[in-house]
Design a protein around this ligand. Structure first.
Ligand SMILES: [Zn+2]
Ligand SMILES: [Zn+2]
Ligand SMILES: [Zn+2]
Length: 142
């Protein structure tokens, strides 16, 4: 928490009570909340907060590399994850129940990045998610 707040301050962003509440919600919510779940949580301490404010804070934190937006392809919408240590990683996502798991390695090698850069781009980041069915959903399908 302090870590995230410090980074925001260092970059010259104001720490409003609503912003602080959004960060708290990210830290306190069950893993991988949706924007709506975050809104519900933030409303407990900041009843006037709007979904728009939640999204604006999420996109700021995303730009600063402190939040991961996980594209779920699920009707509940994308899920968010706070990266307290800024650690780069990827996810596996269940197409049926929307369950998300972190993959604690990056399957993209430097050689592959260099290959991508051979078309003239200077690559600064990438995102990659794996989609499929979790063990439980596989069982239930049988
Ligand atoms: Zn599943
Ligand atoms: Zn993760
Ligand atoms: Zn990676």
């Amino acid at each position: 928490m302090d870590n995230v707040i410090d980074v925001l301050r260092d970059k010259g962003h104001k720490i409003t009570p609503q912003r602080r509440a959004v960060i708290n919600a990210l830290l306190d919510c069950d893993q991988f909340p949706t924007a709506l779940q975050l809104l519900e949580y933030v409303k407990k301490s900041q009843p006037d907060v709007s979904l728009d404010t939640v999204y604006r804070n999420l996109s700021l934190l995303k730009e600063l590399g402190m939040v991961n937006e996980i594209q779920t392809g699920n009707q509940d919408g994308n899920r968010f994850e706070i990266l307290t240590n800024g650690h780069h990683h990827h996810h596996v996502i269940c197409l049926k129940c929307g369950k998300v798991q972190c993959l604690h390695f990056c399957p993209i090698s430097t050689a592959e990045i260099e290959q991508v850069e051979s078309n003239g781009f200077s690559i600064v980041s990438h995102s990659l998610e794996f989609y499929g069915y979790c063990q439980e959903c596989q069982k239930n399908n049988k």
